[in-house]
Design a protein around this ligand. Structure first.
Ligand code: 6CS
Ligand code: FE
Length: 296
């Protein structure tokens, strides 16, 4: 197998826990592409500064209803199915936590992630054609849905998937209202400008545990304290049908869902075709196709 080794701009998973200033631009697109994506100057400036952008009412009521029905069907199928690797259950129960690869296994979600109104925004932010690096539905069930500890997605995608540069963006679509009680996405605005090195050697097949509870590839408590003291925390509370685009490297997390209100979100990760995966920088085996797509 041809081993491409690109210079590791962001060494992590060793004994260091420092901050490395981001080397890449935050936004790559041209004015033409922003216009095409109907992004105005205020939105582009906000995204550059904060590392995320909320687009209200991107989906029609009808589209949202279709998606909610699809999500219910998908979850029901998996509940009946035997253990499927794309299905991640909560660490302490049989409750469904995430379903991966939904852009390949489900026609409705496939149509959605390639719809122009979403693709245009991803291509404007990344300044190039894109492909789906990863897709998932996170089902944070009422009372039992567990949270996601503070992390940068890019730190994992760089270390464990071999993503060379910060040129990817996540699009999360809310299928249910996200409020202060049901574990909304928490973001550290501005944290996308620094790569936070995460100490600790990556275990082989780490994803089998990390997708349930991430313990490697997470910044130290001191690093998180430092970045939050500097930038604060914002929570993404919004109605179902709202959409958020967030930079691959922004520090984010979410808490358990103690409320009686389920929190279902779809996530599609767009990677630039000029940022394709090579060998994982942590030196571990490449993660499976359903988590990190190499065939697209
Ligand atoms: O390992 C990953 O790719 C996944 N882990 C987290 C906590 N967020 C991004 C992604 O879904
Ligand atoms: Fe994440």
């Amino acid at each position: 197998m041809k081993v491409e080794v690109a210079q590791d701009l962001y060494p992590s998973r060793g004994d260091k826990s420092g901050f490395i200033k981001r080397k890449e631009p935050i936004i790559y697109g041209t004015l033409e592409q922003f216009k095409n994506a109907q992004l105005d100057n205020k939105e582009v400036t906000f995204y550059k500064k904060n590392g995320y952008l909320i687009i209200k009412n991107l989906l029609s009521f009808h589209e949202l209803n279709n998606l909610k029905n699809e999500a219910k069907k998908l979850k029901k199928n998996y509940l009946e199915e035997s253990e499927n690797p794309e299905l991640i259950r909560e660490i302490d129960s049989k409750i469904v936590r995430s379903v991966f690869n939904i852009h390949k296994t489900n026609e409705i979600f496939k149509k959605l992630c390639y719809s122009r109104k979403i693709l245009n925004i991803a291509e404007a932010l990344l300044g190039s054609p894109t492909y789906i690096h990863q897709s998932r539905m996170n089902c944070k069930d009422r009372f039992d849905g567990k949270g996601f500890y503070w992390h940068s997605d890019f730190e994992t995608w760089h270390s464990e998937d071999g993503m060379p540069n910060m040129r990817a963006v996540s699009c999360s679509i809310l299928l249910t209202d996200n409020n202060e009680f049901n574990g909304p996405l928490l973001l550290v605005p501005g944290s996308h400008k620094y790569f936070i090195q995460c100490p600790g050697k990556t275990p082989e097949a780490h994803y089998k545990h990390s997708l349930k509870k991430q313990e490697y590839g997470v910044p130290t408590k001191d690093s998180i304290t430092k970045i939050i003291k500097k930038h604060g925390i914002t929570s993404f509370k919004a109605k179902a049908g709202s959409v958020i685009f967030f930079d691959c490297n922004i520090i984010h997390g979410s808490s358990d869902n103690l409320s009686p209100f389920p929190r279902y979100n779809l996530f599609f990760v767009y990677n630039s075709i000029y940022n394709k995966l090579i060998s994982p920088y942590a030196g571990t085996k490449p993660r499976p196709e359903f988590i990190a797509s190499r065939e697209h």
